[in-house]
Design a protein around this ligand. Sequence first.
Ligand code: ZN
Length: 164
Amino acid sequence: MAIRNIRTEGDEILRKKCREITEMTPKLATLIDDMIETMYEANGVGLAGPQVGVLKRVVVIDVGDGPIVLINPVILETSGEQTGGEGCLSVPGKTATVTRPNYVKVKAFDRDMKEYTMEGIELLARAVCHECDHLDGILYVDKAESPVMDTDDYYEQHQDDNEE
Ligand code: ZN
């Protein structure tokens, strides 16, 4: 496994639409391992193909319950909403407010190319939506409802948000 270089905002690859994956190959399996390792190394909760320069519909997520691999993910259902701070490894050190569904149901293929469905709430729902957006060239800053600012400053200004 290897740590991959994470592309940052301004890199055109982050704005491109990714292609579907049709089969698992040794190269793709290595990419997935590398993405997981790169995500952990950067202390992220998710990483999508274009963030490591690969225009393929693959996402890895770990919100603390172990790594999830989503190949060709399709969001089938959403409900509710959550509004809160969101960041991205491709926009390092920054945070802004984004509203996302509080629940998602997603269909994807696992690393054996077996189709499965998964449900998530709260942070996992946010991560799924955020990472799926990456596959279509969308960054969270496009959806920000507050200025995109340094993470420390953001949480200093918003520390009371969840207390009422
Ligand atoms: Zn991101």
